[in-house]
Design a protein around this ligand. Structure first.
Ligand code: HAM
Length: 423
């Protein structure tokens, strides 16, 4: 028996990385006041059709849908924004107040599996519901950027665009210009695009068919069709990002594959080889109309979701290794290398404080033990020799350069914790 194609096992050897990322998610989300929500993995298909849009790849081709015994069509969730909105409306989370939500868990899309693209994949997402101004769009982008920084992922590019606000005026203007252009180029459209031309012309720009790249490149740009209010909102967001020193480029071709977006949208993309052809690691934007679409009171909202398989592949490529301890304890002298009772006690104290400590076993000179410390992949060596023993201290040595310091156990724990590294 084999697993379903595109659905992966996370084996014990990889679980440490998932746990590490999950820890960072909790820490970063809490740092911005976001609270966890866990909507079910299965929802009524009608929810996704209404939220994501009938004429999208996700709803037309990728959902795992089935008839429940009662005859109702249910689907495995292809994303969680729809479920969060549904849950928030159902339980009154947005009544006269805002809600900052986060979630992490599996999503299901029947796409063609390849490197970085799976049929069961995991997302970490945030949804901020109830705030109208661009400062919340900036907040989620800062949160995302901090998440990547915290995982040691560098070199992501942030691309932003706007699809015009919920009033729909800019979008209607753009739609007209786009339909006009696509009609003139009908001969170059593939079957999907011809079908979507009138039903949902923006989706044509989202086509993954390489043969469509030429037509798409020549299409008019929404940034030329914005009304004053949408222009102003987008420019205010750019001002906030500039002030916060968040680098971005405006990509007028960025349209996103889900219909609920209004206003600014964005993607964090990578050029790294480790994801194959997939380059979006995180994507989202504003969706001010979704609450009403789902039968709730109007509620402005913005959010994003990151693909965790992609995040983990990137973090591993940029510095990960096997699961390493936080520190390697080197014991020279007294216990002839690791057996001394004070060394055992120090290691236990550091573990009590939440650190993973690997102790040298089998003795050996300082040089030999240091070699083993390097091999363990630990970010620090904690050295216990005669001088340290006399002073009741330990020496903390960063393995990848930097100054070593002789300090008390408590301070040693603090130093190591503040540098906790990707496993
Ligand atoms: P999305 O662009 O469909 O947006 O997905 C977000 C991210 O999930 C992608 O950038 C990618 O990293 C990851 N992802 C998507 N499909 C796959 C796949 N088949 N295999 C691996 N990773 C994948 C959404 O899902 C929206 N709900 C985001 C959002 C939240 N917008 C507002 N709030």
């Amino acid at each position: 028996m084999q697993a379903v194609r595109g659905m992966n096992d996370v084996l014990p050897a990889e679980a440490a990385r998932w746990q590490f990322v999950e820890g960072v998610i909790r820490e970063v989300a809490a740092g911005y006041g976001y609270r966890e929500i866990r909507p079910p993995l299965v929802e009524k298909s009608a929810l996704f059709c209404a939220a994501i849009g009938e004429a999208t790849d996700i709803v037309e081709k990728e959902m795992y849908s089935f008839a429940d015994r009662g005859g109702e069509s249910l689907s495995l969730r292809p994303e969680a924004t729809a479920g969060c909105m549904r849950a928030g409306i159902e339980h009154g989370l947005f009544h006269n107040r805002g809600a900052r939500l986060w979630y992490a868990g599996p999503m299901f899309r029947r796409e063609r599996p390849q490197k970085g693209r799976y049929r069961q994949f995991h997302q970490f997402g945030v949804e901020a519901v109830g705030w109208r101004g661009p400062d919340i769009d900036a907040e989620i982008l800062l949160l995302g950027a901090r998440f990547f920084r915290r995982l040691g992922i560098r070199g992501l590019r942030l691309e932003i665009n706007t699809l015009g606000g919920a009033g729909g005026e800019s979008r209607a203007r753009y739609r007209a210009a786009l339909v006009d252009y696509l009609q003139k180029n009908q001969a170059d459209l593939d079957e999907d695009s011809r079908r979507r031309l009138h039903k949902n012309p923006l989706r044509v720009l989202d086509s993954k068919n390489p043969a469509m790249a030429g037509v798409i490149a020549g299409a008019p740009q929404i940034t030329d069709c914005l009304n004053a209010a949408d222009e102003e909102f987008f420019s205010a967001l750019r001002g906030l990002l500039d002030a916060a020193a968040v680098a971005y480029t405006v990509n007028p071709r960025l349209v996103r594959g889900l219909d609920y977006y209004t206003g600014p949208v964005f993607e964090f993309v990578t050029d790294s080889e480790s994801l194959g052809a997939q380059n979006a690691v995180c994507a989202g934007g504003r969706y001010d109309g979704l609450a009403e679409t789902l039968g709730g009171r109007p509620a402005p909202a913005a959010g994003f979701a990151c693909g965790l398989e992609r995040i983990i592949a990137l973090a591993a490529a940029e510095g990960g290794g096997g699961a390493a301890p936080d520190a390697y304890l080197i014991d020279v002298g007294e216990g002839d290398g690791g057996g001394a009772s004070d060394a055992l006690a120090i290691a236990e104290t550091m573990r009590d404080a939440g650190l993973a400590i690997q102790c040298n076993r089998g003795g050996g000179a300082m040089k030999k033990q240091m070699k083993r410390a390097h091999r363990s992949g630990a970010a620090f060596a904690v050295i216990l020799a005669a001088d340290e023993r006399a002073a009741g201290k330990v020496t903390v040595k960063p393995m990848h350069g930097g100054e070593q310091r002789t300090v008390g156990i408590k301070d040693a724990v603090q130093i190591i914790k503040s540098e906790k590294q990707w496993p």
